[in-house]
Design a binder for this molecule. Structure first.
Ligand code: SF4
Length: 240
C-alpha cells in the first residue's frame, strides 16, 4: 500500500522513546495557528510504499534497537491514512519494531480502531481544552478529539502533548481544565509540555499565508516551569 508523505527523519530523538525512524505523512484537517509544518497540510504528490519504508527502516534498525527506539509515524495527521499506518505497523511488529503514532486526534474513531492492534504507544497533542479556545487555535472545536483521546487511552500508553503558548494556553483556567481532563481519563498518562516557538513563521511566509501569532513571544523555560508547577498543584505529577 502507498501513503502520501512529507519527509523522513532517520534519527529522531524527540518523538517517542529512544532513537526513532520518523515518517511524516502529509494531510491535516486542523489549521493550528502555531503549526510549524503548514507544508504538510495538503497531501501533495509524494508517495511511499509500506515495503519501501520497512526496508529503509530495517537498514538502520541497529540504532533503533540499541536505544529501545523504533518507528514513529507523525504528520500532518497520520491517522487520516490509517489503513496505510496499520499495514506499516503490522509489518514493523512482525520484525519486533516498537511502533508509536503521533496524532492530534481529529478524525473518526474508526481510524484509531484500524491501527490499535499494531500500535505500542501514542503521542497525542491537545491544543486547548476549552472548545472555543481550541476552535480559535486550531480551526475546529475539540469534541471529537477529546473523545478519541479517551478511546486511545483505554487501549495503549499515551503521552499527552501540550504546547505552552504564553498568555494563550497558560492561564489558570487553561491549566485547571487540562488537569481535570487528565484526571477524567480512564488510565494514567504522561504529560509532555512543549514550549511554543515561532520557527515555523518562515514557512507560513513562504506559502504566502498570514502568521497570526506575531505578537506572541516564544515560551521560555520559566513559562514551561510555571505551567508544570500549576499542573503539579492540581495533582498531575507524571510530567516530562
Ligand atoms: S495538527 Fe499538527 S500538522 Fe495539523 S495544523 Fe495542527 S500542528 Fe499543524
Amino acid at each position: 500500500m502507498q501513503g502520501y508523505y512529507h519527509s523522513i527523519e532517520h534519527f529522531g530523538t524527540v518523538d517517542g522513546r529512544g532513537i526513532r525512524y520518523v515518517l511524516f505523512l502529509s494531510g491535516c484537517q486542523l489549521r493550528c495557528r502555531f503549526c510549524h509544518n503548514p507544508d504538510t497540510w495538503q497531501k501533495g504528490c509524494k508517495v511511499i510504499s509500506t515495503e519501501k519504508v520497512l526496508s529503509d527502516l530495517l537498514h538502520y534498525r541497529h540504532f533503533y534497537d540499541g536505544s529501545k527506539g523504533g518507528i514513529t509515524v507523525s504528520g500532518g495527521e497520520p491517522l487520516l491514512q490509517s489503513q496505510f499506518v496499520a499495514e506499516l505497523f503490522a509489518a514493523c511488529q512482525k520484525h519486533t519494531i516498537h511502533t508509536t503514532i503521533d496524532t492530534a486526534g481529529y478524525y473518526d474513531k474508526q481510524n484509531i480502531t484500524d491501527i490499535l492492534p499494531y500500535t505500542n504507544a501514542a503521542l497525542f497533542s491537545i491544543k486547548a481544552v476549552n472548545p472555543e479556545k481550541h476552535r480559535w487555535l486550531a480551526g475546529f472545536d475539540n469534541e471529537q478529539i477529546l473523545s478519541n483521546l479517551k478511546y486511545l487511552t483505554e487501549h495503549i500508553p499515551v503521552t499527552l502533548r501540550y504546547v505552552v503558548l504564553p498568555g494563550i494556553t497558560t492561564t489558570n483556567e487553561d491549566i485547571v481544565a487540562l488537569a481535570n481532563l487528565i484526571h477524567s481519563l480512564p488510565a494514567p498518562i504522561t504529560v509532555e509540555l512543549l514550549p511554543y516557538h515561532s520557527l515555523g513563521r518562515q514557512k507560513w511566509q513562504a506559502l504566502q499565508m498570514k502568521y497570526s501569532l506575531d505578537d506572541v513571544p516564544d515560551a521560555t523555560a520559566q513559562d514551561v516551569a510555571s505551567v508544570a508547577t500549576l499542573l503539579r498543584a492540581e495533582g498531575i505529577t507524571n510530567l516530562i
